[in-house]
Design a protein around this ligand. Sequence first.
Ligand SMILES: NC(=O)c1ccc[n+]([C@@H]2O[C@H](COP(=O)([O-])OP(=O)(O)OC[C@H]3O[C@@H](n4cnc5c(N)ncnc54)[C@H](O)[C@@H]3O)[C@@H](O)[C@H]2O)c1
Ligand SMILES: [Fe+2]
Length: 380
Amino acid sequence: MNRFKIRTEVRFNVNALDTLYEFNGKSAVIITDKFMISSGLINKITDKMQGYKNIAIFDEITPDPTTELIAKGLKFITENGGEIVIALGGGSAIDAAKAIVLMGEKSGMGDLKLIAIPTTSGTGSEVTKFAVVTDTAEGRKYPLVDEQLIPDLAILDPELVLSAPPSVTADTGMDVITHAFEALVSLSNNDASDALAEKALLLAFKYLPFAFKHGDDIVAREKMHSASCLAGMAFNEVGLGINHGIAHALGAKFHIPHGRANALLLPHVIRYNAHLRACFGNNPTDAAERYADIARKIGLPHDNVRIAVESLIEEIKHMMRRMDMPATLWEAGVTKEQFKAERENIIRSALEDACTATNPREVDAAGIERILSHITPDLD
Ligand SMILES: NC(=O)c1ccc[n+]([C@@H]2O[C@H](COP(=O)([O-])OP(=O)(O)OC[C@H]3O[C@@H](n4cnc5c(N)ncnc54)[C@H](O)[C@@H]3O)[C@@H](O)[C@H]2O)c1
Ligand SMILES: [Fe+2]
C-alpha cells in the first residue's frame, strides 16, 4: 500500500503575505536571522502584523542551527509566550523554529501554530517533517524526523528571495535538484511523489540558471520557490538517499553550505545509483531508467539509458561550472589533511544517517569511499 499526505497549507505568490492579517489579535514570536533585520526584509512581515497583540523577535539564527541555539530559542519562546511562531529565513531559520516549537509543545506550552516563510528556494523545510540540527560536541548533523515538526502553514512569496546573492541561489537551487532526484529514485517512491519530483526537476533545470544570472527576475524566483516546495513535498513522504547522508557529514565536519555539499556529490551519486555496469545486456536499473527519463524530458541526448544518464551527469557538472560552484572538496576550501583526519568519521556518519535508508542502491563503507574519491582527487 502507498500513502501520501500533505499536511501543510501552502499559500503562494501575489499577496500570499496578506495571510498574516488572519491572525490579528494574536501574539507571535518571529524566529529569524540578523540579515532579515539589517536588510529590512522583516518589515514586509511585521507591516502585516500591526493588529497583533504582541510581536517578539528572536534574531539569533545562524547557518546550520546547533543544539545550543535551539535551547536558547526555547528559552526565548517560553519567556515571551506567543500563540503563533513565524519562521522567517532559509532552511536554518525554519529548521530551528520547527525544533524549538516541538520542544516548546513537549515541555507543556500547548499547541503552537507554526508558520514558515522561506527566503531561500532550497530546503522545502516549510512542508517537511525534518529539521536538521548540528550537535557541536559530537561534530554531527542530525535530521530530526517527527510528524509534529511539519509547519501548519507555509507562505511562499518570491519577493523575499530577490535579495539572495548568486552563491546562495546556486547552493540552495542545487539542494532542490538533489531533493527531487533523491525522491525520484527513493526505494519508497510512488506515483504521487514522482509527479512532484519530476515537476520540481523540470522547473529547476529551466529556471535555476536564470535565477542565478538574473536574481531580480521575479518569474525565475517564483518558479524556483515552487520547485523547492514541490521537491520538499516529494521527499517528505518518500525520503532522500546517500547524497544527503554524506552531505550532512561533510557539512558538520567542514561547514560547507548544505546545498553546495549536495551539489559536489550529486554527479557521482547519480553515477553510483544508476549502476551503469548493470546496463550491459540491456538491463538498466530502475534508478538509471528514472534518471534517463528526466534527461529525455529536459532535452538531453537519450539514445539509450547509458547515454541519457551520462548526458544528465555532464549537464549537472556544466550547470555547476556556470554557477561557479566547486567540483572538489579542495575547491570548497577543505585541505587534504582535514579530509584525511575525518574520512572514517564521515563514512560512519553517512552510513548511520537517517536519509541513507531509502537510497536505491545498497551502500557500504566501500561505496561511500568510492563516491568520496571523486571529490577528493590526487589524495595519496
Ligand atoms: N528540514 C529539511 O527538510 C531540510 C532539507 C534540506 C536542508 N535542510 C537544512 O537547512 C539548512 C540550510 O538552509 P538554506 O540552504 O536555506 O540556507 P540558510 O538558511 O543556512 O541560509 C544561508 C545564508 O543565506 C542567507 N539568506 C537567506 N535568505 C536570504 C535572502 N532572501 N537574501 C539574502 N540572504 C539570504 C542567510 O542569512 C544565510 O547567511 C541546513 O542546516 C540544512 O541541513 C533542511
Ligand atoms: Fe537538502
